[in-house]
Design a protein around this ligand. Structure first.
Ligand code: MG
Ligand code: MG
Length: 619
C-alpha cells in the first residue's frame, strides 16, 4: 500500500508537519493550500524539503467551484486554475484536486459541466498536469461519486480522473459496490477517513468529526476491498479534519495516521480479501496477569484489599522483590523492586499498574503485528536465567506483555519458585475488565492502539456524567469477551478522570473489575475480612425498586451490600466497588447474568459516591 496524508490532517507549521509525516513512515503527502499560504517557505522550498525527506507530493488541494459557472465567473475560475498550475509546477506535483462545485451560481446543465471539465483537462494536459475530480457530499449538483464518475467517464480526457473520498461516499450511504464501475486508470487518488455515525449536516460532520480508519464506524473494509477489486494501485491518502488532531501533537497524530492505514490494509474489522504483508491482528485468550508497581508501604495497603477479595501471596520471584498474588486463574503481581521499569513507574506515578500480561498463541506473530504498526517494543536487560517475556509500550508508558499460552505454567514455575501461602477458596472467577483513563486528546489514539493490535471490537461510544463534567467512555473487547478493556477520557478539568490523570502524571489503569458467580457472597465475605466498599445512597435503591419492579427484599440485600444493578432485557448486571487504593486505583466486582455491557447507567452514581470521598479519590 502506497501511503499518503493531507497536511490539513495534523497540527503545526507546514515544515514541521512534513517532518512528522516523513518520520511516521508515509510515502507521500498532499499539500493543503492553506498550509502553503501560511508558510514562510516558497513552493520550491517545500518541494526541496519533501525531496530531502523522501516524500512524494501526491496532490495539491483543494480547488473549488470550477464547473458550471456562467460568465464572467467562468473565465475567472479558469484564470485561477492557471495560477494554481504555476504553483503545482513549483511544488513538484502533477495532480490537482477539484471538488464539485458548491457555488450558488453553478448551473445544473450537464453538457456545460462536461465542457468545463474537458476544458480543464485540456489546459492541465498542456502543462503535463492532471485533475482529480471529487464529489463533495454537499456539492450543489454533484454530490455522489457515481455522478462524478459518470462525468469523468463521459468527458473522457486523459488528464481528467476521479478522486474517491470515503467520507463523501459513506456519509451518504452510497453502496461501495458502485465502485466496481470505475476504471482503475481513471481513479487518480483515493482519500480515506473514518467517522462516527452522527445525525448532522454533512459539512459540519466532515469538518470536525472525521477520524482515522479504525477509530470511527464507517464500513471501510468493504469500501477498500471494492477499490482493490478494480485493480487500483495508487496512493491511499488520509484526509482527516478533526479538532482533536489539530490540537494534538503532529508526531503522534502522524504516527496514528500511518498506523491506521496499515490497519486498513490488513482489514479493520475483518481480514482483507486481498494479499497483504500485514501480519494478522493478535488473538488473545485473556489477561494472564496484572502487575502493580509499589513501594513496600503501598504493597501493604494493597494487601488489605487483595486478601479480603480472596487473593493470597502464593509465591515469590526467584531473584526479585516481586510477589505473585493468586486465586484461581487470576494473577496479580506486586513489584517492589528498587530499580527497573516498575520502580521508575512507582516513582513517577505512585503505586499503580505498570504492566498487563496478555495470553497469545503465537508470540513472534504478535510482535510482528506490533512492529508493522510501529508500536514500540520494550527491551529490558534480562538475567541469563530469567524467563524472557516480550513486551510493547502501552497506555501511559505501561507495558503489554505477550505471554505464550503454551508455556505459561512453566513460566510461573520458573520465575516464582519460592512458595509462600496456599491459595484460599476462590471468591472470584476471572478478570472481567480493565478500565484505563487518559486525556481526552489521546483517547482516539489508544482506541486505535487496541483495535490495531488485537482482534477486538469497539462498543458504541458513551458519555458518562461525572458530577464535575462529562467523561467519554468506550470499550474494546474480544469477540469471546476473554479480554475487555474500557477507555475513559474527560475534557472537564475537575472530573474524577481528569484528577486521576493530574495526580497520576499521565494515563493508566483506574480500576480492575473481577467477575464472580455470587456477588452477595463476595460482598459479605470481603466486608467481614475488612474490605471497605464504596457506599451507595439509599435513594438509588428506591429508584431501582420502582424502575424494575424488584422485590423489596432483594433491593434491601443490594443496599446492605452496596450493590448496583442494571438490566438489559432479561440479562442482569450486579456490581460493587471498593474504595481507592493509594488514592487512585479501585476494584470492581461484577456478576453477569448474560449481561454484556458495563453498567454505564450506574457510572454517575459511582462517580458521585467517589466524589463524596474526594480526599480519598484524589484531591
Ligand atoms: Mg476529499
Ligand atoms: Mg467498570
Amino acid at each position: 500500500m502506497k501511503t499518503s496524508i493531507a497536511t490539513v490532517s495534523i497540527s503545526g507549521a507546514l515544515d514541521a508537519k512534513l517532518r512528522a509525516i516523513a518520520a511516521a513512515g508515509f510515502d507521500g503527502a498532499e499539500i493543503f493550500e492553506n498550509d502553503l499560504l501560511s508558510t514562510h517557505l516558497s513552493a520550491r522550498d517545500v518541494a526541496k524539503l519533501m525531496g530531502d525527506l523522501g516524500l512524494a507530493c501526491t496532490m495539491f488541494q483543494p480547488f473549488r467551484d470550477l464547473e458550471g459557472l456562467p460568465e464572467p465567473q467562468r473565465t475567472r475560475a479558469f484564470d485561477r486554475l492557471e495560477r494554481k498550475f504555476d504553483v503545482m509546477a513549483e511544488l513538484g506535483t502533477d495532480l490537482l484536486l477539484v471538488c464539485s462545485s458548491c457555488s450558488p451560481l453553478a448551473e445544473s446543465d450537464r453538457a456545460r459541466m462536461i465542457a468545463d471539465l474537458h476544458e480543464a483537462g485540456e489546459r492541465a494536459a498542456k502543462r503535463g498536469l492532471r485533475i482529480g475530480y471529487e464529489a463533495l457530499a454537499w456539492g450543489r449538483h454533484v454530490n455522489d461519486h457515481r455522478d462524478a464518475w459518470a462525468l469523468v467517464r463521459d468527458v473522457d480526457h486523459p488528464a481528467l480522473g476521479l478522486v474517491l473520498d470515503s467520507f463523501h461516499s459513506l456519509a451518504r450511504g452510497i453502496p461501495s459496490s458502485s465502485i466496481g464501475d470505475i476504471r482503475p486508470e481513471k481513479l487518480f487518488i483515493v482519500q480515506v477517513a473514518d467517522a462516527p455515525v452522527l445525525e448532522m449536516d454533512h459539512l459540519s460532520w466532515s469538518r470536525h468529526f472525521r477520524s482515522m480508519p479504525g477509530q470511527g464506524e464507517f464500513p471501510l473494509d468493504d469500501w477498500a476491498d471494492a477499490i482493490r477489486r478494480i485493480g487500483y494501485e495508487g496512493y491511499w491518502s488520509l484526509e482527516i479534519f478533526n479538532d482533536r488532531f489539530r490540537a494534538g501533537s503532529a508526531t503522534s497524530v502522524a504516527l496514528d495516521g500511518y498506523r491506521s492505514l496499515k490497519i486498513l490494509e490488513g482489514g479493520i474489522t475483518k481480514p482483507s480479501g486481498f494479499q497483504t504483508d500485514m501480519p494478522p491482528r493478535v488473538t488473545t485468550s485473556g489477561i494472564e496477569f496484572i502487575e502493580f508497581a509499589a513501594s513496600h508501604e503501598e504493597a501493604d495497603a494493597l494487601e488489605t484489599m487483595l486478601r479480603p477479595l480472596g487473593f493470597r501471596p502464593v509465591s515469590r520471584h526467584r531473584s526479585k522483590d516481586v510477589t505473585r498474588w493468586k486465586q484461581g486463574p487470576i494473577n496479580i503481581i506486586v513489584n517492589c523492586e528498587p530499580e527497573g521499569l516498575a520502580h521508575s513507574f512507582d516513582s513517577m506515578h505512585g503505586a499503580s499498574v505498570c504492566a498487563i500480561g496478555v495470553v497469545v498463541d503465537d508470540v513472534p506473530a504478535a510482535l510482528g503485528r506490533a512492529d508493522a504498526l510501529r508500536i514500540q517494543r520494550f527491551e529490558q536487560a534480562v538475567a541469563p536465567d530469567e524467563w524472557p517475556i516480550p513486551s510493547v509500550r502501552g497506555v501511559g508508558g505501561s507495558l503489554v506483555y505477550f505471554v505464550d499460552a503454551a508455556t505459561r505454567e512453566a513460566m510461573w514455575a520458573h520465575e516464582f519458585p519460592t512458595v509462600l501461602e496456599a491459595e484460599a477458596p476462590p471468591l472470584l472467577s476471572r478478570i472481567d475488565h480493565v478500565a484505563q483513563t487518559m486525556q481526552y486528546e489521546e483517547f482516539l489514539s489508544w482506541l486505535l492502539f487496541y483495535v490495531g493490535l488485537f482482534d477486538v471490537r469497539k462498543t458504541p461510544q458513551l458519555e458518562i456524567a461525572d458530577p464535575m463534567g462529562l467523561v467519554q467512555s468506550q470499550a474494546v473487547q474480544t469477540p469471546d469477551r476473554a479480554m475487555r478493556i474500557t477507555l475513559n477520557g474527560s475534557l472537564a478539568a475537575q472530573s474524577l478522570s481528569s484528577r486521576f490523570i493530574q495526580n497520576y502524571f499521565g494515563a493508566g489503569v483506574q480500576h480492575i473489575a473481577f467477575e464472580t458467580q455470587d456477588i452477595f457472597a463476595v460482598a459479605e465475605q470481603a466486608k467481614a475480612d475488612g474490605l471497605e466498599r464504596l457506599d451507595i445512597p439509599h435513594n438509588y435503591y428506591d429508584d431501582q425498586e420502582a424502575r424494575w419492579g424488584l422485590d423489596p427484599a432483594l433491593t434491601d440485600r443490594m443496599a446492605a451490600a452496596d450493590i448496583l444493578y442494571d438490566r438489559d432485557g432479561e440479562a442482569e448486571y450486579l456490581q460493587f466497588y471498593s474504595r481507592a487504593f493509594a488514592r487512585r486505583v479501585f476494584f470492581e466486582i461484577v456478576e453477569r447474568r448474560n449481561y454484556d455491557g458495563y453498567g454505564a447507567v450506574n457510572a454517575p452514581i459511582r462517580l458521585a459516591a467517589q466524589a463524596r470521598h474526594k480526599p480519598e479519590f484524589l484531591d
